[in-house]
Each structure stands twice: as C-alpha cells, then as structure tokens.
Design a protein around this ligand. Structure first.
Ligand SMILES: [Zn+2]
Length: 286
C-alpha cells in the first residue's frame, strides 16, 4: 500500500473515522469554521496530506493521551496539538526516535487478531529516517473543561484518567458522541507506569457514564460503546485479580509483567465475543 492510500476516511454520518492498517482510529469533525482532528495515530504515513484532501478548514488537534499510537503523526502538522499537561512528558518519551524505530519494525510484522494473519502494515514508500525524526509536533497543554466551537459543533475536553494520568476525552455537545481514545473499552491497559490506580479509573468511568452520551468511540475498537457496557467495564476493574490473570505480552512496559484479567472466567480467545471485558494490570494495581 502506498502512503497516499494509507488512511481510510469512513463517513460516519456527521464525522469521519480515519482508519489505517495498524489498527488505530483517528477522528475528524468538520464544523463550519474549524475542523477538529482527534489523535494522529502512529503517523506511519503523512496524515496531514490525507486530511488536506478532505478539508481546508483551520484545524484544532487534540491528543487523547500521550501514547505513541495517538501522538505519532503530530509532527506532520504546523498547528498546536492539545494534550493534557500530565501526559506531555509521556508524549515526549513516546515520540523519541528509538521508540519510533521499534514501532516501525514491529509494524512490519503486524497481526490481524481476528484472522491470525501476519502482514506488513508499513506503506510501500515508508521512509524510516523521516519517520524517526518527526518529533512531538507542537504540544500545547490543555485543561479539562476547555470548549472549542467549530461552528455548529461544540467540543468539550473531559479529563478521563486511568489508562494514562492525563487522558482526555472529547464530548460533542450537539450529538452526545464522546471520543474516548483508550480511556474506556472492553480491553483497557492499566498496568503501565503512567496508568492510575483503580479508584481514579473507576471514578472516571462513573463520571462519563453519568454524562448524556449517546455513543462512545474509542481508538482501536470499531464498535461504539454505550452506557449499558459500563457495568461490565466497572466489574472488570473491581473483580480484577492479578494472581489469576493471564500473562500479557506487550511492546510497552513489559518489565511490569502485565496480566489480563477478564470477567466471568473468560480468556483472550473470547476477546471478540459479546460480553467480554478485561483490564490489563500490574501486580501492584489496586
Ligand atoms: Zn494508549
């Protein structure tokens, strides 16, 4: 695949979901005055060139958190990328050349988890040196509660700590849609050094479950989530027992010996079945 075809823009009826072969979703919301880009993926191909083909509106960019698969394309843009203050140093670490190189090498042997097929997720014209030098982009710390008026689309930043300390979700007032990044989902990584404790995570789930949200869209799972899923998500955290967890192989912070703890005795084989929910935790998570 050439980098020109790397990003797939899917019209979701009012906004675009931008997919790419490595399994990350970014979102693009067009107002009448401005457009908002939520997350920039790994940035393995030129995301700005792709966005420019869809809109010429001035862009507001928000990073839901500092992980490499959400901030990696910031460096293609010459406008600021809003990120929570608590995730700025994480973004700097994750944008470093050595991390990028490891990511790109890993992408050459990507796994389709639904089919088990191994494939090269890099574009054919991938330039390793350019990629490793992309940097962080222009990071601009943003506080929760900040509201952007895109023109007919009012977007509010909501602090959603757990997966990372500085997680941000974006609540779209007119539609009730919330873009959550990796803060919420049926398989949430909470084991890293920069993840929060259980209470902070659970309070975050309570907070956004109590908001008038119609659908929650995440950074990896193509299916939107709804209020009725939250009981499972909370249970996964409350019932998580590291001693019974399944060791989890990860490219990130593997030294913390993460384990997957799923509800109702389920295993990773059940991941794509309805009713699955799990958290991935370290031994000291409480
Ligand atoms: Zn993440």
């Amino acid at each position: 695949m050439n980098s020109r075809d790397y990003y797939q823009f899917e019209d979701m009826g009012g906004f675009y979901r931008i997919g790419s072969p490595e399994g990350v979703f970014c979102y693009l919301i067009l107002g009448t005055k401005q457009a908002m880009l939520i997350d920039t993926g790994y940035g393995l191909a030129d995301l700005k060139a792709a966005v420019d083909r869809v809109t010429d509106l001035p862009l507001v960019i928000v990073n839901t958190h500092g992980h490499c698969d959400h901030i990696g394309g910031n460096g293609y843009f010459d406008v600021p990328c809003y990120i929570h203050n608590d995730d700025v140093s994480l973004a700097r670490q994750h944008a470093a050349p050595e991390i990028r190189r490891q990511n790109a090498l890993r992408m050459m042997k990507s796994m389709n988890y639904e089919t088990g097929e191994v494939f090269n997720a890099l574009p054919e014209d991938f330039d390793m040196d350019r990629y490793c030098d992309l940097g962080t982009g222009i990071l601009l710390p943003a506080q929760a509660g900040k509201v952007f008026d895109l023109g007919g689309a009012t977007m509010e930043l909501v602090w959603t700590p757990g997966h990372t300390e500085g997680g941000i979700s974006v609540f779209w007032h007119e539609t009730g849609i919330m873009f959550v990044g990796d803060a919420v989902g049926f398989f949430v990584w909470l084991y890293a050094e920069h993840s929060t404790d259980m209470l902070t995570y659970l309070e975050m789930l309570e907070k956004i479950d109590s908001m008038p949200v119609s659908e929650y869209y995440g950074g990896h799972n193509p299916m939107p989530m709804h209020h009725e899923d939250f009981d499972r998500f909370k249970r996964a955290a409350l019932e998580a027992d590291y001693s019974k967890g399944i060791p989890f192989e990860s490219f990130m912070d593997q030294y913390r010996n993460p384990r997957t703890c799923a509800i109702d005795g389920m295993t990773l084989d059940d991941m794509f079945k309805p009713g699955f929910a799990a958290v991935v935790i370290a031994e000291d998570w409480h």
